[in-house]
Design a protein around this ligand. Structure first.
Ligand code: ATP
Ligand code: MG
Length: 722
């Protein structure tokens, strides 16, 4: 019997290129590869392999990425590989932890300044100080500029020049923005608050200016991994370098074609230049796409194949490894509510057919688009989670619940099982198990609190290990106060617990994640690309966003847009990045029509036909014959269909022609679904023109009326054939 070690088992799940990245000796490693090629898998496997082979200790690993959910994904994969105790965090969470830990020492015992959750309020005050009355939108744009500057290591005094160089589109004159920036920094200092960039700067400063801090941090973290490295900004890079302190045990992974945070100061140049900066680096390229069907991969390649600019230079064509699946669908709706309703109906159908809700995502360009889908999903009775919008632990009800749970430690007997104690504690905030109350907001509140109970259940099942650095690695006891501490810790990290629901997320928040079914909605010009994308680079970034969205899908991919915002509203055009999605193989040039309209080519009047089930515009000839989307539930009369088929066989036999010459299968299906009772209804069915009406109309109406095939006068049949 061959006995495999745990480390060998990690290698078993990898292809040769991934394996070479995983087994590369200590030192710089760079994985440059497209979406779904197993970069995250390779990087988590590298950590696991090194740990399980006894080469490194998990305590000394720091794995960083950019969103809380992606960090959670890394932790989950490491756990699945049998490795515990690795720190996998966002840059912010890692910095926050470090600064919190060292603050008492660096600030002579003073408390750490409060962390600003959003810049907008202070920016508004700063703008007023320099004579600008910025409304909320203007304040947000100003905050965006300040964020960009600080992430790019640009000081207020350097802003004007830097903004010009970077072709920033500034909300006010650059000099004025610089004034607001200066005033903002002053206001913050005066009020003893810091923002997220200050947090990263403080972490850098702590290490760069304090030898003891540097020694301790570098003693703790010896092996570094950065996922999604194409989205690192200069400030984060500086922190990474501070952590490294000249060492080179660093693995980076990324895909320049997925650079989607440039507007905030992120740049793929660190990724692209990595092999030059570390000449001895092991560089690995991956092209096999394990995530998506060849149909999805084909569309992804077509979209990114049109990309221009620096990021496009490193692009690799993906090769789908999965078995074939359904073609991506393009749907056009009259208005946004109709689009949302159809998406919700399809989600419902997928869930009913056995796809877990958490394996479905609806992705959009801006968070504001979420609301319509929240409403539609609620109405369809489909559970959902909003990703990245309001942070879970910032919700009022969650904060109130945490207070109630802390109070409950005094009243609830210690021996009460944890989940029961949490349920009891939540009674104080009016929560009761069972079904969610009606109403969007009430339901959301109930679900947020239910998520706490679920967290308690998970916590009770696997008591987490105390984080390293604070004390030795010991297991936490399963008590209500232990759980409360865990909640506080998670709140600090803004870690959102997953509840089982359809994910509603912006394309930005979806990076690195995957689902069985993905709905990309609102794909119209003005939304994607956003009207704010003006320069060629900005437009390219929007294209990459679509590429990121497409490559999230494992199996089903739906792309849609509404030709007007609200019923009867101003007409919109489809997203320019959509290639021709000709699914018909004949008949009308499906997606081609939509795309051609945009390109100004092949202007031919499109015959409008819509799905009678969901209302979507039908583009493919085949679908138009059916009168519904191929994937919408069919209300086919099976018995009628069988009789129509028998009848068709007889007619075709008598005429010595193939059956489809009489009627195609699609026409038979349409007949059996729509059951036309009158001549006018018959002629409305695609595939039945005046000639066929004359030939077969009477027979078909008789069959629909319930006649058996044998009852249709044989002479009628022979008359037809003559
Ligand atoms: P992205 O660019 O979107 O972040 P990625 O390159 O990080 O994608 P992963 O998320 O690591 O890709 O992998 C995509 C999917 O393919 C995952 O479900 C992963 O488990 C699976 N996968 C990766 N490598 C292999 C492999 N060698 N064999 C089978 N499945 C694999
Ligand atoms: Mg990944």
């Amino acid at each position: 019997m061959v006995v495999h070690s745990a480390a060998e088992l990690v290698l078993a799940g990898l292809d040769p290129e991934q394996r070479s990245a995983v087994t590369a000796p200590a030192g710089p490693v760079c994985i440059l590869a497209g979406a779904g090629t197993g970069k995250t898998r390779a990087v988590t496997s590298r950590i696991a392999h090194r740990v399980l082979a006894g080469e490194i200790s998990p305590r000394h690993v720091l794995a960083v990425t950019f969103t809380a959910r992606a960090a959670a994904e890394m932790r989950a994969r490491l756990t699945a590989l049998g490795v515990a105790g690795v720190q996998a965090r966002t840059f912010h969470a890692a910095a926050l932890r470090q600064v919190r830990y060292f603050a008492p020492r660096l600030l002579d015992g003073r408390a750490m300044p409060e962390l600003l959750d959003s810049k907008v309020r202070v920016v508004t005050l700063a703008a007023a100080k320099v004579g600008l009355r910025a409304d909320r939108a203007a304040a947000r744009d100003l905050a965006g500029e300040i964020e960009w500057a600080k992430s790019s290591l640009v000081e207020p005094g350097e802003y004007v020049v830097a903004a010009a160089k970077a072709l920033r589109e500034t909300p006010y004159e650059p000099a004025k923005v610089a004034d607001v920036f200066t005033a903002y920094e002053r206001l913050k200092r005066a009020n003893g608050v810091i923002d997220f960039e200050d947090l990263l700067r403080a972490a850098v400063w702590g290490i760069e200016e304090h030898r003891d801090v540097a020694e301790q941090v570098r003693g703790q973290y010896r092996h570094f991994v950065v996922d999604e490295y194409q989205d690192v900004n200069p400030l984060q890079q500086r922190l990474l370098e501070a952590w490294l302190g000249g060492r080179d045990d660093l693995t980076v992974v990324g895909d320049a074609s997925q650079t989607i945070y440039s507007f905030t100061g992120a740049t793929s140049s660190y990724l692209v230049d990595f092999p030059r900066r570390y000449r001895e680096a092991t560089v690995v390229r991956l092209v096999r796409d394990y995530r998506s069907t060849p149909q999805v991969v084909g569309l992804a390649n077509a979209v990114i194949g049109q990309a221009r600019g620096t990021e496009a230079k490193l692009r690799l064509e993906l090769h789908g490894q999965r078995p074939p699946g359904p073609e991506p669908e393009l749907r056009i709706f009259t208005d946004e509510p109709a689009e949302a309703t159809a998406v919700a109906a399809r989600c419902r159908a997928l869930v009913d057919a056995g796809t877990p809700a958490k394996e479905i995502a609806v992705l959009f360009r801006t968070n504001a688009q979420s609301e319509a889908y929240e409403k539609a999903l609620t109405e369809a009775g489909v559970p959902y989670v909003v990703q990245g919008a309001e942070r879970f632990f910032e919700r009022t009800e969650v904060r109130q619940a945490m207070v109630a749970l802390r109070a409950a430690t005094r009243s609830i007997p210690g021996e009460t099982p944890l989940p029961a104690a949490v349920v009891e504690g939540l009674a104080a905030v009016g929560w009761a198990p069972g079904a969610a109350p009606p109403g969007g907001a009430a339901r959301e509140r109930w679900e947020a609190l239910a998520a706490l109970v679920q967290l308690a259940e998970e916590y009770a099942a696997t008591p987490p290990v105390l984080p390293i650095g604070e004390a030795a690695a010991v297991e936490r006891p399963v008590t209500l106060s232990g759980f409360n501490e865990e909640l506080a810790r998670r709140a600090a990290q803004q870690h959102v617990p997953t509840v089982d629901g359809v994910t509603l997320a912006s394309l930005h928040a979806a990076k690195g994640l995957e689902w069985d079914a993905v709905f990309l909605v609102g794909l119209s010009e003005g939304t994607l690309p956003t009207t704010y994308a003006r320069t060629a680079e900005q437009v390219e970034e929007e294209r990459r966003l679509l590429y990121v969205g497409i490559t999230r899908a494992r199996q089903w991919l739906w792309l849609s847009y509404a030709s007007a915002r609200s019923p009867g509203g101003r007409a919109r055009r489809p997203c320019r990045f959509l290639p021709q999605l000709d699914r018909s193989g004949g008949g009308e040039r499906a997606g081609g029509n939509a795309v051609a309209r945009r390109a100004g080519a092949q202007r031919r009047p499109a015959q409008v036909a819509s799905c009678r089930i969901c209302g979507a515009t039908l583009l493919a000839g085949q679908d138009r014959k059916l009168g519904r989307c191929p994937t919408c539930p069919s209300d086919l009369d099976e018995d009628l269909y069988e009789r129509l088929r028998d009848w068709r066989a007889r007619v075709a036999g008598a005429q010595r022609v193939p059956a489809y010459v009489v009627f195609t299968d699609a026409t038979l299906t349409a007949l059996a679904e729509r059951r036309p009772g009158r001549t006018e209804e018959l002629i409305a069915i695609a595939g039945i023109g005046p000639r066929k009406l004359g030939l077969y109309g009477e027979a078909v109406l008789a069959l629909v009326g319930g006649a058996a095939v044998d009852d249709i006068a044989p002479q009628k049949t022979s008359e037809i054939s003559s």
